[in-house]
Design a protein around this ligand. Sequence first.
Ligand code: ZN
Ligand code: ZN
Length: 146
Amino acid sequence: MRAAIAELRRSGHRISAPRRQVLEALYAASAPVSADEIAGGLDGRFSSSDPASVYRTLELLERTGLARHVHLGHGPGRYAPASVGERDYFVCERCEQVRAADPRALEPVREAIARAFGWRVRFNHFPIAGLCPRCAEEADGAGYGS
Ligand SMILES: [Zn+2]
Ligand SMILES: [Zn+2]
């Protein structure tokens, strides 16, 4: 987070208290969080703040390469600090469980798709959707996907 603040300063941006709080919340969250969740104070861990200003700060962080967003399900985009590294995501369509994965582990999948369809795909902006292991087990015999 210190590096992120330094980077913002270096690119000529002021570190106002609200901006600092967005950064703190982003780094404190264990999973990608939405602008509204940050504005709501992450369940009491931070004081609540103006959603529009949180959103503008997240956009600024993304423009400066300090944060990324991912769409997990039908809700709004969710943000994570860029410093956690590239992440691909799975999301369960039944229980909405999210799992992050190292993109290198999905490289064979990307290569297979590129060979078969010519598409170069990534799963860090829109995740792979389907059933998590538990829901898949429950759905066995229910004909999901057939
Ligand atoms: Zn599930
Ligand atoms: Zn997006």
